[in-house]
Write a protein that binds this ligand. Structure first.
Ligand code: PMP
Length: 329
């Protein structure tokens, strides 16, 4: 028989699936896949359940139900001062995962270069390659995960179409700073490039660190596609509801990609997420504070076992170093 797609045929199973299967097999605590150990807010669960019974279970509008698009726009205005038109500048997708693929599809032609910052989330590279685009990789190094500015500037060139930026960052726990974002902004303008910003951990920052969307920097509103995830913001990772905010011309093309991937997103979940995004400040503060407390507890436990733990400013992740003699049998 003829070969299947060469890229996907050779791709391994994602590490998250591997780790979760091993945890189930060995009945161990599963720290290998990023998801909370509690369910999300009960009022969202109730709203999603109730929404199944009011006769709106057929295909919802392709770019998202109006309630959720309005809620995303209101959220972006409330937290970041962004002025977003809910009708033309928001696209709802089944999870940020699809949003990332749809944004890459919307921008990339064969041969275009995309700047990616390692260590990186595992869907980025395969999708960039499937689209025939060329990744230009820049690596952050522990313990500080500082942006290597010279290398980043060198990665940009005449063929650069976009950067894919993840902040707060999986798996480093880095939150990009205002000067780092300004440096990236300058490169984008100088090279006439776009940014796809994976900001799924936008509300999960610790110790006073604040997430700054690249889109909110001067001159970048039209160049940036901003991606959020209800899974992370409401501790409901199984729901898979994501949202893209972008200028109308970009959002229109993202919607075309979405139209050809899944067309739409579960209607009842969208309506529940719309309620969630309107929650008061105490909810969002509480979410980060609870996770920060869990981060501290886990880090203290790992340190007590003899591991070295790097600081985590945001996200679900901790970086720990194993090679202590105490761990060897
Ligand atoms: N981007 C990053 C950086 C993530 O860590 C994750 C989830 N692990 C996603 C995107 C996917 O989000 P969703 O579940 O909404 O598709």
């Amino acid at each position: 028989m003829k070969n299947v797609n060469s890229l996907l045929g050779g791709l391994g199973t994602t590490i998250f699936t591997v780790m979760s299967a091993l945890a189930a097999q060995h009945q161990s605590i599963n720290l290998g896949q990023g998801f909370p150990d509690t369910d999300g807010p009960p009022d969202l669960l109730e709203a999603a359940a109730a929404a199944l019974f009011d006769g709106r279970n057929q295909y919802p509008p392709m770019p998202g139900v109006p309630e959720l698009r309005q809620a995303v726009a209101a959220h972006d205005a409330r937290f970041y001062g962004l002025d977003v038109d809910p009708m033309t500048e928001v696209v709802v997708t089944p999870g940020a995962t699809e949003a990332i693929t749809a944004c890459l599809m919307a921008l990339l032609d064969r041969g275009d270069e995309v700047v990616l910052i390692e260590p990186l989330y595992d869907t980025y590279l395969p999708v960039v390659r499937l689209l025939g685009a060329v990744p230009r990789l820049v690596r952050l190094m522990p313990p500080d995960w500082e942006l290597p500015r010279t290398e980043l500037a060198t990665a940009f060139g005449p063929k650069t179409k976009a950067i894919l930026l993840n902040t707060p960052m999986n798996p480093t726990g880095k939150v990009f700073t205002a000067p780092e974002l300004a440096f990236i902004a300058d490169l984008l303008v100088r090279h006439d490039a776009y940014a796809i910003c994976d900001e799924v951990y936008e509300h999960l920052t610790f110790d006073g660190w604040r997430h700054i969307p690249l889109m909110s920097l001067p001159g970048l509103r039209e160049r940036v596609m901003r991606i959020g995830s209800a899974g992370k913001t409401f501790s409901l990772t199984g729901w898979k509801v994501g949202y893209v905010t972008a200028s109308a011309p970009l959002a229109q093309v993202v919607a075309k990609a979405h139209q050809n991937l899944t067309f739409t997103t579960a209607a009842n979940l969208q309506r529940a997420v719309a309620l969630g995004l309107a929650k008061d400040a105490a909810y969002f503060q509480g979410l980060a504070a609870h996770l920060q407390a869990k981060r501290d507890r886990l880090a203290a436990g790992l340190v007590a076992l003899g591991m070295t733990v790097l600081p985590t400013r945001g996200s679900y992740f901790i970086t720990a170093r194993f090679p202590s003699a105490r761990l060897q049998r």
